[in-house]
Design a protein around this ligand. Structure first.
Ligand code: TYD
Ligand code: MG
Length: 497
């Protein structure tokens, strides 16, 4: 019998070492390294410890890059926001990973999608490893989906699941909820370890490719945003969707971070209601719903999420610090990016924020990833510092460079059109680099509608600061020690000056 060796695998990042250590060299996490017996989790999924000798390879045909290529066959789930994120529906023979915090609504979303497809006549299998049959039925009942012909099983053994799937006609969709609960005899390590999760996922993905079924794997996410343990699974699947949102709020955003068959950065917006997840067709209206445009420190960012323009409120609070070091706290945006903007405001625009606490929040529990939000963030910060509300009918977007320049961003016009559609009347933007002039575009043979917003194009951040400072009587550029509490609330001056 072959000698069994063990190896040490980090349960966070999956890196392998020969020795145990308290801290993983790969990701720096503590207490994540677990001993696993070698042999499991190999590409071929050879049984642990077996002494399979490598067979001689066979020659595979090599072909040219050009040639017939077929569009991937898809099945639309009928849930518009989900189909948007997958790029038009589930691709046959592909595997998806749906990640998210516990309780965010992954099971709800997938049982709804499963029921839709099943009701449309497709064979759908839902395997729950976390909940008992009764719990899944209870949820289905609550959602009013009990009548949908979904085939349900509560099972965690990969071998049993595969045997069950192969026994009947091939399903169109298989949901595995969740990948962390699965275990397979192919791997020797304890259930829940990286090796188990990886080997289980591999077996299911291989079956998906071979059978042509779509397999959706559900994965839980740790507090730092990684899919716990099976981060390795992200590389193996065809698409990774994250389901995110603020636990206390009703809306949920499904975001694609990887998609071999479609665009990434596409988002789908849902609202969690008493009767399950409801699609939100006009997310901008939702994110701006509770807006109070008259207080200082709020600015509306005209953003893009994938192909969809989205208006989001950015809120800032700048207050003199009572401690030795100023606090910076940010929710929904990148903290490093905030530091950069504060530095640029200080170095290039003479806005002193060093002795002020700065809090930044993206309303609605959304996470903004675009650098185009820089200008809106800066506007909110300066507005809060000055104690001057920005005009409620205005939107902001633009990337800020370290030199203080305001750089053009993609989809300039699309952002403006969304703002116009929602009743905004003015915008502060960078120079429009790739914009289309209004009127008839002869080359493309179509009419380009004119934009009815009053657009103030600025080239540097100091232009923006000067605009807001004009409304505060230039106070922010002078002394930071002045108490802002006494400042009357005034509205900043005109836009396109
Ligand atoms: P769930 O889908 O079980 O989350 P996950 O699978 O991501 O862990 O969703 C659980 C939460 O959703 C729970 O807190 C209750 C809430 N919920 C509703 O508000 N309405 C509903 O109709 C359902 C089914 C769940
Ligand atoms: Mg669940």
């Amino acid at each position: 019998m072959a000698k069994r060796t063990s190896r040490f695998v980090c349960q966070n990042c999956g890196s392998v070492s020969a020795r145990w250590a308290g801290r993983c060299d790969g990701c720096g996490e503590w207490n994540t390294i677990v001993e696993e017996l070698d042999g499991g989790g190999g590409v071929g999924g050879a049984p642990a410890g077996s002494s399979v000798s490598a067979r001689r390879g066979r020659v595979v045909p090599l072909v040219a890059l050009s040639g017939e290529a077929k569009e991937a066959p898809r099945i639309a789930s009928g849930i518009g926001e989900l189909d948007r994120v997958t790029g038009g529906g589930f691709v046959r023979g592909s595997a998806l990973l749906v990640g998210g915090d516990p309780g965010i609504g992954k099971s709800t979303l997938l049982i709804q999608a499963a029921a839709r497809l099943a009701s449309a006549g497709h064979r759908v299998v839902y395997v729950s490893g976390e909940e008992a049959i009764g719990q899944v039925r209870l949820r289905a009942e609550r959602l009013g989906l009990s009548a949908a012909p979904v085939a349900l099983a509560a099972e965690t053994s990969v071998e049993d699941i595969l045997a069950t799937l192969q026994a009947g006609p091939t399903p169109a969709l298989v949901v595995i909820d969740s990948i962390q609960t699965l275990w397979t005899e192919l791997a020797d390590s304890a259930p829940g370890t990286v090796t188990q999760v990886r080997t289980s996922a591999q077996a299911l993905i291989r079956w998906a490719k071979a059978s042509g079924a779509t397999v959706v794997l559900v994965g839980h996410v740790t507090k730092d945003g990684q899919i716990a343990g099976p981060r390795v699974v992200e590389h193996m699947v065809d698409a990774v969707l994250y389901f995110e949102g603020d636990g206390a709020r009703q809306f949920r955003v499904l975001r694609s971070v990887k998609n071999r068959f479609g665009a990434t950065d596409e988002i789908g917006v849902f609202e969690m209601s008493g009767a399950g997840l409801r699609e939100v067709a006009n997310p901008s209206e939702l994110f701006l719903g509770e807006r109070d445009g008259r207080s200082p420190g709020t600015a509306v960012f005209a953003g893009m999420e994938g192909t969809r323009p989205l208006l989001i409120e950015v809120q800032a609070l700048v207050a003199p610090t009572s401690l030795g070091t100023a606090r910076r706290a940010v929710v929904g945006w990148d903290g490093n990016r905030l530091s950069m903007i504060l530095a640029v405001l200080e170095a290039r625009c003479g806005v002193r924020l060093g002795s002020h606490d700065v809090y930044l929040n993206v309303a609605g529990g959304l996470r903004i990833q675009e650098p185009a939000a820089d200008l809106a963030v800066a506007a909110a910060l300066v507005s809060s510092l000055a104690g001057v509300a920005l005009p409620a009918e205005g939107v902001y977007f633009g990337e800020i460079g370290l030199s203080g320049s305001v750089r053009p961003v993609a989809r300039h016009d699309a952002r403006l059109r969304e703002a116009e559609r929602l009743g905004f009347r003015a915008a502060v933007t960078p120079k429009n680099a790739g914009g289309e002039a209004a009127g008839r575009d002869e080359r493309k043979g179509r009419e380009v509608p004119s934009i009815g917003l009053e657009v103030g194009e600025i080239e540097s951040l100091s232009d923006l600061v000067a605009r807001i400072a004009a409304g505060s009587g230039g106070r922010i550029l002078q002394r930071e020690s002045e108490t802002r509490e006494e400042a009357p609330r005034r509205s900043a001056g005109g836009w396109a000056r």
